[in-house]
Design a protein around this ligand. Structure first.
Ligand code: TRP
Length: 339
């Protein structure tokens, strides 16, 4: 059986290389949390290029974006000598276990995944690939192949982690204890950063006007934040229902300056939205400028970047391969050479 000897919990997460630059929502909702989870956990983080091709990608852009995503995770503070940082397609066990898990999943069960429903509704179901439909099951394999205990993700990924739990339990019941049943790790306060132009939707690269891209020039970032939609009052108060725009800015500022939103809100007593916007822009730029410089440095040395990727893939495979071997054995497959 594949149990881990060390008592250190294992966490695993992934991010798609589908935009050149991460936007603020990716960073605050995901990668920032990855950085803090390195302490006290055995952390596995990956660039999910296999997930990216569920929608059409330009090959040259994808190649650039994979390197950029990998570099940005490091620039954000993930240390590849502490965590296992790798590219999903470098570890073939993901797709191998993915197939096995597809065979454990009911068609109706897969059809209930809301992210697929949303994404396919946008492009029309004729344009949605079968890969987009089975996307959550590949994600299940990503998690289970490492026997992860915790999965740090944004709120939108909760359903996929629930599916992972269901399938792990189902497999364990049918074939004997094989997989760790993971838990979602969701940081409530920053799980959702909203669009600056439409604070009722989540910040996303698909709505570029309301998003802040961390690799943009400081002037562009500042302009974006200063033109954020607020409301017709003038009082700075944290009230996401009544004041979504202002509350979103407070969340961003509080997170970047390591304070809680109420403290930050109180400090604007008697001051207007202009002051809040200026300070938020300043806090974001204070992070983004050195971040962008570090990304340039890393992508400027492709040999070193590829060396880091190869080391990460080797560390990942050392965990993934034994899991897959056990799974194949449990299923009744005959090993090469009969061993
Ligand atoms: N689906 C996730 C997202 O879009 C990315 C992802 C792929 C992931 N595999 C994963 C997240 C495994 C956590 C664990 O954000």
């Amino acid at each position: 059986m594949i149990t881990r000897m060390s008592g250190t919990p294992r966490v695993l997460s992934g991010i798609q290389p589908t935009a050149g630059s991460f936007q603020l929502g990716n960073y605050l909702g995901a990668v920032r949390n990855w950085v803090s989870l390195q302490e006290g956990n055995d952390a596995f983080y990956m660039v999910v290029d296999l997930h990216a091709i569920t929608v059409e990608q330009d090959p040259a852009e994808l190649r650039t974006n994979i390197a950029l995503a990998y570099a940005q995770i490091i620039a954000a503070g993930v240390d590849p000598s502490v965590s296992t940082l790798f590219v999903q397609s470098h570890v073939p066990e993901h797709t191998q276990l993915g197939w096995v898990m597809q065979c454990q999943t009911g068609f109706g069960e897969a059809s209930r995944m809301t992210q697929f429903k949303d994404k396919s509704a946008r492009g029309g179901s004729d344009h949605a690939s079968v890969g987009l439909f089975t996307y959550p099951i590949l994600q299940v394999a990503d998690i289970l192949v490492y026997q992860a205990d915790g999965v740090p993700v944004g709120e939108d990924q909760r359903q996929h982690v629930e599916l992972t739990r269901d399938l792990a339990q189902r497999f364990n019941t049918r074939y004997g204890q094989t997989f760790t049943v993971p838990k979602p790790l969701i940081v409530k306060e920053t799980a959702k950063i909203f669009d600056l132009q439409d604070p009722s939707s989540k910040m996303s690269k698909s709505l570029p006007n309301g998003a802040v891209f961390l690799l943009d020039d400081p002037q562009v970032i500042t302009k974006r934040i200063k033109s954020a939609v607020t409301d017709s009052e003038s009082e700075v108060r944290f009230d996401p229902a009544a004041k979504p725009g202002v509350s979103n800015l407070l969340t961003i500022l509080a997170t970047f300056t390591d304070r809680d939103v109420e403290t930050v809100a109180a400090s604007y007593h008697g001051l207007g939205y202009g002051a809040l916007k200026a300070d938020t822009a300043e806090a974001v730029v204070a992070f983004a400028a050195p971040y962008a410089a570090r990304v340039r440095e890393l992508t400027g040395d492709p040999a070193e970047l590829h060396r880091l990727m190869a080391t990460g893939a080797a560390k990942a495979r050392a965990v993934a391969a034994p899991t897959l071997a056990t799974v194949y054995d449990r299923l009744g497959f005959v090993a090469v050479g009969g061993e």
